[in-house]
Design a protein around this ligand. Structure first.
Ligand code: FES
Ligand code: FE
Length: 441
């Protein structure tokens, strides 16, 4: 292949070139995945400085004074409940000499004492004590030395988001049409209660965080990247996954919907028909037949509904920049460096169903991440290796661009397209560009 010359000089840095030259209608520049300077700006602007970022699920903080240590971009933060259960998010960074204050992942605590020199803070962030206070002058005011706090913390039906931008719109406005997709996912639970309580599944890869976000809205790759998983399913049973072989998903009923602010969803539900069909097309598992027999014997007409709740929601919802709701799971994208990322999968249980349903949900959540995610992460690492060639400058996202009949505007104004259209990337990069270049949201 002949290398194309391009006005973007290969030696120029993104800061010199300007981000607007690096995000084009049909392509993005490789440096957005490789340049530490881009990454540093993303960690400030995209991950919380200007926009909302997903932090935690409320069920991970089950009682008053619960806490959870997470990151907002690279910033270590503690999500806490106070004694009345109100939510707060403070920097996990002592206001004395910057040591992290809380080194546990989760727990219950009314206050945190810094292990370095013993300063103590309430779980709402106020400084309440300094050892040997006679060492500070009379003008030392504890009220000036509390922990840094986020400007805004809001929860949408259990999903906690935070931002440092005091002028950010409400979470529900920012979610826009994505809120209705979260509603569908949450309201599958009979009591509208989704519970994240088990240990998380964590996997790290040597690649940029956006590779995971690119892929989450990508209906193009499964037939190739997950071939072994799909073949296993097709050998073992009559699965809808067979629709991937030989037939382009663009000819099927699945659609991708664009939801604004970089959010999108792939809706696989049109592949299924009626109660019990999610379950009927689940990949085979040991003990599945006996389990189904028991549910049908014990629950009669309600069995199909309960069996469908054992398996995934059949949507892949991407909330920019870091929340992916896939099947029955919550996946969090956690950047570590320009070429290192951690993905954390939280399995979920639901209220209002027999325990056996939640037990089976755990089994059906095994195939992703355990089997499917290594396929994806291997691709992310291979893309990052490919990006080491500076002479090949561009990553394409032009599939579907200008193809007649693919994109439609629904009556609600929501744009949709076929599942392999790279419209998902083109639209989220527009949101990314705005956060990277404009003064405010
Ligand atoms: Fe926390 Fe000194 S760094 S008390
Ligand atoms: Fe995949």
């Amino acid at each position: 292949m002949t290398l194309q010359r391009d006005p973007v000089a290969r030696s120029s840095t993104p800061a010199r070139t300007g981000y607007r030259n690096l995000v084009r209608e049909d392509r993005v520049h490789r440096t957005l995945y490789t340049d530490p300077e881009v990454f540093a700006t993303e960690m400030v602007n995209v991950f919380g400085g200007r926009s909302w970022v997903y932090l935690a699920h409320e069920s991970q903080l089950p009682e008053p004074n619960s806490f959870l240590s997470v990151r907002m971009g690279l910033r270590p933060v503690i999500v806490t409940r106070d004694r009345k259960s109100a939510l707060h998010v403070v920097f996990n960074r002592c206001s004395h000499r910057a040591a992290t204050l809380c080194r546990e992942e989760s727990g219950v605590a009314k206050s945190f004492q810094c292990p370095y020199h013993g300063w103590t803070f309430r779980n709402t962030g106020e400084l309440v004590g300094t050892p040997w206070p006679q060492g500070y002058g009379e003008d030392f005011d504890r009220a000036e030395h509390g922990l840094h706090k986020l400007a805004k913390v809001e929860s949408y039906r259990g999903f906690i988001f935070g931002t440092l931008n005091g002028a950010a719109p409400s979470v529900v406005d920012w979610l826009g049409p994505a809120a209705a997709w979260l509603d569908y996912w949450i309201d599958r639970a009979p009591e509208g209660e989704v519970i994240v309580r088990s240990a998380a599944h964590r996997m790290g890869y040597r690649g940029n965080w956006k590779l995971a976000y690119d892929n989450a809205g990508d209906g193009y790759h499964p037939a190739f990247s997950h071939r072994s998983l799909l073949e296993m399913a097709s050998r073992m049973g009559d699965s809808k996954d067979m629709s991937y072989f030989g037939v382009s998903p663009d000819e099927g009923p699945m659609r991708t919907y664009l939801l604004g602010n970089g959010h999108s969803v792939i809706d696989q539900r049109p592949n299924y028909d009626g109660p019990g069909s999610f379950w009927a097309n689940q990949r085979p598992q040991p003990g599945r037949e006996k389990f189904e027999e028991q549910i049908r014997a014990n629950h009669g007409d309600d069995a199909d509904r309960l069996l469908d709740l054992c398996v995934g929601s059949q949507i892949n919802l991407s909330i920019f920049p870091n929340l992916l709701v896939i099947g029955n799971q919550i996946q969090v994208v956690e950047p570590l460096a320009v070429d290192r990322t951690q993905l954390t999968w939280h399995a979920t249980a639901i209220g209002g169903v027999p325990d056996a349903v939640n037990t089976m949900r755990m089994r059906t959540q095994e195939d992703f991440p355990a089997f499917g995610e290594p396929d994806d992460q291997a691709n992310f690492e291979e893309v990052q290796r490919g990006l080491a060639a500076p002479e090949a400058e561009w990553i394409l996202m032009n599939r579907g661009l200008g193809v007649d009949g693919w994109q439609e505007v629904g009556p609600d104004g929501v744009v949709s397209s076929t599942a392999t259209d790279e419209l998902h990337m083109r639209r989220y990069y527009a949101a990314w560009l705005q956060l990277m270049t404009e003064e405010a949201m």
